[in-house]
Design a protein around this ligand. Structure first.
Ligand code: ZN
Length: 134
């Protein structure tokens, strides 16, 4: 893993949270994208080399809706950039880390996969690879 690609923050209401984060960061999201397969709207802020991703559920069975109902709004996951998600996932599962689901397309033109927080000291880890390498 090379760098933090982004930090994902779960929000209950994007409209009010965007106002808050626009004021906090003194800028607006540069990208808004719906990921229908995950049941989320995503809002990306550029923060130098990395990004902040706000995640809002679009349906009640979305992982984000479940997260908010069980815990509260706040940091949901940390995403790390990897060059080859297949190789890295192979390495990590051999180390005993538990993957959640399969590698799939995520927001922002990435291939993604999550590691279960039970196996990562309570941190939901996302692996991110560029979906279309230049
Ligand atoms: Zn993410």
């Amino acid at each position: 893993m090379k760098k933090i690609e982004h930090i994902g923050i779960a929000v209950a209401n994007a409209e009010s949270s965007i106002k808050l984060f626009n004021a906090l960061f003194n800028k607006e999201p540069y990208k808004i994208e719906k990921v229908a397969s995950e049941g989320v709207n995503t809002y990306f802020y550029e923060m130098g080399e990395t990004k902040v991703e706000l995640l809002e559920a679009t349906k009640p069975d979305s992982p984000i809706a479940k997260f908010i109902s069980k815990q509260r709004e706040g940091i949901h996951h940390i995403a790390f950039h990897v060059d080859n998600i297949h190789d890295e996932l192979d390495r990590l599962t051999k180390e005993g880390f538990q993957q959640i689901g399969e590698i799939k397309p995520g927001a922002d033109d990435k291939l993604i996969c999550f590691l279960h927080p039970k196996s990562t000291n309570g941190v939901l880890v996302e692996l991110c690879q560029e979906a279309s390498p230049e």
